[in-house]
Design a protein around this ligand. Structure first.
Ligand SMILES: Nc1ncnc2c1ncn2[C@@H]1O[C@H](COP(=O)(O)OP(=O)(O)O)[C@@H](O)[C@H]1O
Ligand SMILES: [Mg+2]
Length: 271
């Protein structure tokens, strides 16, 4: 039997997959999403969302995609992990993604083919092309330079490529070193961990999404507070701890998770 069935849930509440349906919309997450949406609709160019590991960047990127799904004026492309051996490999993966065929195998031709694609879609067909890059801290200076060139393609009114980079904080000093990159950022947003109230709300929200009946509780208030203290409000850590707590509750044949169970997990480092 799946563990969540023991708690009469329909789904796993604390899975680590970046499912936007499980994204608790904290003020910070709502604000980041709204601003991204506006900047994309206005075709402002470059947006950067920064945050430590496990603050919800990848999940936010999925929520962004979801908000635009069904609107065929927007074409989204997503790079999950920008690790390439060379500039050329980076460019060729972009051309494959955009389904363009450069004339010759040179960096220049690849760049030109991408420029033509952006022009055709963006101007002739009036579509907005959005490139999302996750794990952006892995972008090397030369990949950033390529992206900077793409950001130069513009009409009098708007940029032809909307670039949304989700990255850990290490990206910031890297982009500062690239001439003219910082001034191109139209939206820079830092995702911080949740505060205590938001952490508690997030636990309840995820349980609700997994099918927990309205006024039922699994985690006592004390347990939720202790989860916050142990995780400092980092969503990924909250999820691990809550997942482990539910598994332990089943082993102990408990239907409620209280402070002592969380304390036991913390003491035994089952985080
Ligand atoms: N606001 C949130 N509400 C609910 N779950 C969240 C939230 N933010 C992050 N998570 C969850 O935490 C885990 C880590 O999030 P992820 O998006 O992978 O973080 P990052 O990409 O910043 O490392 C995922 O399972 C995700 O669903
Ligand atoms: Mg991520």
């Amino acid at each position: 039997m799946s563990y969540y069935r023991y708690f009469q849930l329909d789904k796993e509440p604390f899975s680590t997959s970046p499912d936007p349906r499980f994204l608790y919309r904290s003020l910070s997450h709502i604000s980041a999403l709204q601003r991204l949406e506006i900047a994309i609709r206005l075709r402002r160019g470059l947006m950067v969302i920064l945050g430590d590991v496990g603050t919800g960047k990848t999940t936010l990127s999925r929520a962004l995609l979801q908000n635009f799904s069904g609107d065929d004026n927007y074409i989204f492309h997503i790079v999950l992990d920008p690790e390439y051996r060379s500039e050329f490999q980076f460019l060729s993966s972009l051309t494959r993604m955009f389904k363009v065929k450069p004339r010759f195998r040179s960096t220049l031709d690849y760049r030109e083919a991408i420029e033509q694609y952006l022009f055709k879609k963006g101007v002739e067909e009036n579509k907005t092309i959005v490139l999302i890059i996750d794990e952006g801290q892995k972008l090397t200076p030369s990949f950033l330079e390529i992206l900077r060139i793409f950001l130069n393609y513009e009409t009098n009114e708007y940029k032809l490529l909307q670039l949304v980079i989700f990255a850990q904080m290490e990206l910031l000093p890297k982009i500062k070193r690239i001439h003219n990159f910082m001034d191109r950022i139209c939206l820079k947003y830092i995702l911080n961990p949740l505060d205590e109230q938001e952490s508690c709300e997030m636990i309840k929200y995820r349980l609700g999404q997994a099918g927990l009946n309205g006024n039922k509780q699994i985690f006592t208030h004390g347990a939720q507070r202790l989860v916050y203290q142990a995780t400092q409000g980092y969503p990924r850590r909250i999820i691990h701890l809550c997942h482990n707590a539910m598994e332990h509750a089943i082993m102990l044949d408990k239907s409620e998770i209280d402070e002592s169970l969380i304390q036991y997990l913390i003491t035994n480092e089952v985080l």
